[in-house]
Design a protein around this ligand. Structure first.
Ligand SMILES: Cc1cc2nc3c(=O)[nH]c(=O)nc-3n(C[C@H](O)[C@H](O)[C@H](O)COP(=O)(O)O)c2cc1C
Length: 366
């Protein structure tokens, strides 16, 4: 089971949902980055479950403890390891899952792949909880990217069939960034926001769940990051984004809808912008051409499926007897993963782009 990502700056995530702790080791992180504890805590809080309408009733403080790589408030260049202790386990909720796998969760595939040796409690290493250390690493990478004036912003672009206003792919204004940064439920259109929360409440009340999409923009990137073919920006981002549990789709720029356009509509014509730089008039390609950043905002949209664990009776197969049976999933689950996945997607993008920046700028292995 490998949970490592990166070339220059490598992250390795470890732990299980109901084990002693989960955590991350970040190898190759630059020295001298200010360890802004308040910022990291605020990023972790965006992902942590809370008692609002769109989250689970589980209480996980997600308090981290840094074991290495930080001294006198700055990163030292040595590997950074941080752990988050697990404190709110109800492992008895999950005992039946070894025999009766949840539809749409990883219980069945983990049973086959690891010969039933996997830790089944709370989803083990497959749990959404493993995204807490990813958010820790992403917060640090965001701090490192600030020195290049690279910023990441995202919003919930849909829940079920309710859609928010899409990003302007060419120009995301400081007002949009400020508006979204202040919101716990980052949706630009107020009416859409209310309809989305109502839909999530409806799913919760009816012991069901609902999915959605997140649109993310990476701003301030230089042109020239990435490579063609397998190390392209789309390939690298896909590797880390699809590592996030419940992600089932990813599109860059205008993505699938580009396939229904004429070239004359889809092509992003070049121009000289107000600052005298080469830019494009539209950004259907999402800031990536030939796997390499064009200098336009990198825009991508991630599809998150409805939470697999729902409180309604469903059909499954008993893996001991080989017979069909019914399952009603217990435990405390999010009726919609999307709001909590927003900082996770941003964290993944931050990890990937810091790695690409270090690759481009020549990595100094201190
Ligand atoms: C932040 C976050 C929270 C999650 N919470 C739950 C949950 O409460 N219940 C659940 O069944 N799945 C949850 N998941 C998703 C599962 O971990 C995921 O569906 C499962 O591991 C199977 O992987 P797959 O959906 O990528 O195929 C969560 C995912 C994330 C990113």
């Amino acid at each position: 089971m490998g949970s490592t990502f990166g070339t220059c700056c490598k992250i390795s995530i470890f732990g299980e949902s109901h084990g002693n702790a989960i955590g991350v080791t970040i190898d190759g992180f630059p020295a001298g980055i200010n360890f802004d504890e308040e910022f990291i805590k605020s990023e972790m809080a965006r992902r942590a479950p809370s008692s609002n309408v769109f989250s689970t009733s589980r209480k996980e403080a997600d308090e981290f403890e840094v074991l290495s790589g930080v001294f006198d408030g700055r990163t030292t260049g040595a590997p950074i390891t941080a752990i988050i202790r697990n404190t709110n386990q109800h492992s008895s909720d999950y005992e039946g899952l070894r025999t009766n796998p949840r539809p749409s969760h990883a219980d069945f595939t983990a049973f086959i792949r690891y010969n039933n040796n996997h830790d089944v409690r709370g989803g083990g290493h497959f749990s959404g909880r493993l995204t807490a250390p990813l958010v820790f690493a992403g917060a640090l990478c965001k701090l490192a990217l600030e020195q290049y004036e690279i910023h990441i912003i995202s919003h919930i672009s849909s829940v079920g069939d309710i859609k928010d206003t899409p990003f302007d792919k060419v120009n995301i204004t400081p007002e949009t960034i400020d508006l979204l940064s202040e919101k716990a439920f980052p949706v630009m259109d107020e009416t859409a926001s209310e309809l989305m929360t109502a839909l999530i409440s409806k799913a919760r009340i009816s012991a069901d769940s609902v999915g959605g999409t997140i649109e993310c923009a990476v701003l301030g990137l230089p042109a020239g990051l990435g490579s063609p073919m397998f190390d392209g920006v789309e390939s690298v981002l896909s590797q880390i984004i699809f590592g996030i549990p419940a992600v089932k789709g990813l599109e860059f720029g205008s993505g699938f809808s580009m396939s229904a356009m004429f070239g004359s509509q889809a092509n992003d014509e070049f121009c000289i912008n107000e600052d005298g730089d080469i830019a494009t008039r539209s950004n259907n390609n999402g800031g990536i051409l030939g796997g390499i950043t064009s200098g336009m905002p990198v825009i991508f949209k991630t599809a998150i499926k409805p939470t697999a664990s729902i409180g309604r009776p469903q059909k499954t197969v008993n893996l001991r007897t080989g017979t069909e049976t019914d399952i009603t999933v217990g435990g405390r689950h999010d009726p919609c993963i999307v709001p909590r996945a927003v900082p996770v997607i941003e964290a993944a993008a931050a990890v990937a782009f810091l790695d690409m920046m270090l690759l481009k700028n020549g990595y100094n292995k201190e």
